[in-house]
Design a protein around this ligand. Structure first.
Ligand SMILES: [Zn+2]
Length: 191
């Protein structure tokens, strides 16, 4: 799966090697944009199927942090025959809007597109637990890491693709030091 998935990511321009300025202000040799893969519903469904296979253990509810987790959360839930809801960031905190509710005792899987520190995924999972759900695991299409992959919660985390992608402060970026020009993601032509 990993090789095939990486091939798809590269083909869709969702995984680029180079020297990129990220929205966080940091620099990285890797650019990742899952939305470029998920824009193809057939691929999204396939990724959902594979992630559901990895993570699925009698799941009642999939919860995802908006916006990145919505599409893949929906697809994973489809294959698990579970409900899919999403949490939204309001005034800095993750919250459930749209009358979404957790039912007491529901077995919950938190799903995100890319997990790096796992912050949003953890907050969505916490929300489900606070609402009376039972967190079973967390899952993401990509688990991005610099040193060691960080687990978002104390439950298992499942990912289809582990990507080593350090992020540097511009002052301490080895790529800057080497004199490589910084690229803006999305500026490269995709075949
Ligand atoms: Zn740099």
């Amino acid at each position: 799966m990993t090789e095939e998935l990486l091939r798809i990511f590269r083909e869709k321009g969702a995984y680029l090697d180079g020297h990129f300025g990220l929205t966080s202000g940091k620099h990285s040799p890797v650019y990742l944009q899952c939305a470029l893969v998920l824009q193809y519903p057939g691929i999204a469904r396939e990724l959902g199927r594979n992630l559901a296979k990895l993570a699925g253990d009698r799941i009642d509810l999939v919860i995802s942090p908006a916006v990145g987790g919505i599409v893949i959360g929906q697809e994973v839930a489809f294959h698990l025959n579970a409900r899919a809801i999403f949490a939204e960031r309001v005034d800095g905190g993750m919250t459930l809007r749209r009358s979404f509710a957790i039912r007491p005792g529901e077995r919950v899987l938190a799903v995100e597109d890319v997990v790096t520190t796992g912050g949003s995924c953890r907050e969505a999972a916490d929300l489900a637990v606070d609402g009376g759900g039972v967190l079973v695991a967390t899952a993401s299409i990509v688990h991005r890491y610099a040193d060691e992959p960080a687990n978002p919660t104390d439950k298992p985390h499942h990912a289809l693709l582990k990507v080593h992608a350090p992020a540097y402060d511009p002052e301490r970026c080895p790529l800057c030091e080497a004199g490589t020009p910084v690229e803006k993601p999305g500026s490269r032509a995709i075949k």
